[in-house]
Ligand binder design. Structure first.
Ligand code: LLP
Length: 385
């Protein structure tokens, strides 16, 4: 359970991110232990949080990295990840990004379309390289999550559709500079019902038989990320339940001799260790509700505004036993969507109180914007304070 060093916080300029490094360490150890049980490989999805201190811990634990831009590849290289642990996905890889991956001999390009495969083949030829590729296939499997973070349905832009896959295999016969490595999937994010992953496994089993019938052996089965966390109760569920998660893949994926199973976990690794710490600026009586106006806004954490996400909000200055009042907790940005939660019962909020917005380590700091010309929030770490 994250304990906030409130006296230290009082000296700091808000808003800022605060990372519980012990919780991150424990989470990484658990992921390692539960994945190693079945010899599964985990690539950390760097898009969730690309903070140097966080990346350093992840690298030291021996994880690979899943990137979706050349900038992310460069970052992973700069902080010392080995290129042979880097995979590269994304529907719109620019030429320079492909070249960067090729020049650094990254382990795999997760290809999302035929035109992309053609360009990778051409650029690899020019550089005298052979690109290792896996096909990101759109499996048309439901994720039962917010529609903005669903990726594996026919209507989503991601992955190769089944009709295209057939054509792609035919064309690949002519390509000299690509080497088929396997299959890649990612059905969505913040998935808490393990049945969705079971459905994915069953679909992957069918697809790999299809590949084998075409005389192609998928050496790598990359099932993506997407495992969800408990946003309601970050203290009692500070770490996601990784044991049953990995076990679903062990139980339902038909892994053949010589195959490797890869994962790309982001949120479930870094969400709970991160918190956005803010101060109450004003409490304003509205006609229907009281507004607690914070100095943090959607520019610091966009998830509530963009996905109607609910992060637990805590008044960490208040005595927990004090009587609760009902507030709409909002930020200072000139947008009505700049709200962290409506009708939240909290101990009385007073100007200057410190507020923690919990579970903000994934897709928090990395999605900060400078709208209204605000400053980017700083980050502080439990092992420094
Ligand atoms: N692999 C691929 C190809 C992905 O697109 C993603 C996330 C992941 C792995 C990692 O998924 P995770 O384990 O973190 O669920 N900004 C949104 C989430 C966007 C997820 C994008 N792709 C949010 O704040 O909920």
């Amino acid at each position: 359970m994250t304990v906030f060093p409130i006296e230290k916080f009082k000296e700091l300029k808000t808003p800022f991110y605060y990372y519980d490094m012990k919780l991150l360490e424990d989470t990484l150890s658990l992921v390692k232990k539960e994945s190693a049980r079945y010899d599964f490989h985990v690539h950390y999805a760097i898009k969730a949080n690309a903070n140097d201190r966080i990346l350093d811990k992840i690298r030291v634990k021996g994880f690979g990295v899943d990137c979706v831009s050349g900038y992310e590849i460069q970052k992973a290289l700069d902080v010392g990840f080995s290129p042979d642990g880097i995979v590269f996905a994304g529907v719109g890889k620019a030429d320079w990004e492909i070249e960067l991956g090729l020049k650094n001999d990254i382990s795999c390009f997760n290809v999302e379309s035929l035109p992309e495969l053609e360009i990778i083949n051409e650029l690899a030829g020019r550089l005298g390289k052979k690109a290792r590729v896996a096909f990101r296939i759109n499996p048309n499997v439901h994720a039962n999550t917010h529609h903005y973070i669903t990726t594996g349905l026919d209507e989503n832009k991601f992955g190769i559709s089944m009709p295209d896959l057939e054509a792609l295999l035919v064309q690949m016969q002519e390509m000299k500079n690509v080497q088929f490595e396997g299959m890649h999937f990612h059905i969505g994010s913040q998935i808490t019902d393990l049945d969705n992953f079971k459905d994915l496994c069953l679909r992957v089993n069918e697809l790999q038989e299809w590949f084998i019938s075409k005389h192609l052996f998928p050496k790598i089965i990359n099932v993506g990320g997407g495992f969800g966390i408990d946003y309601d109760d970050p203290d009692n569920n500070a770490m996601a339940d990784f044991a049953p998660y990995f076990k679903v893949f062990k139980d339902f994926l038909n892994v053949k001799a010589g195959q490797e199973v890869h994962f790309e976990l982001g949120r479930s690794i870094v969400a709970q260790p991160g918190n956005l710490i803010s101060r109450v600026l004003y409490v304003k009586e509205g006609v229907k509700t009281k507004f607690a106006i914070l100095d943090a806004g959607m520019t610091d954490l966009i998830r509530p505004a963009l996905y109607q996400a609910k992060h637990k909000i805590e008044n960490i200055s208040a005595d927990k036993s004090s009587q609760k009042l009902r507030y709409d907790v909002v930020g200072p940005i000139c947008e009505s969507s700049d709200s962290f939660g409506k009708a939240i019962d909290l101990p009385e909020m007073k100007r200057g109180d410190l507020v923690a917005i919990r579970s903000a380590g994934a897709y928090g700091e990395v999605m900060v914007s400078r709208y209204n010309l605000r400053e980017e929030p700083e980050a502080f770490y439990s092992d420094d304070l």
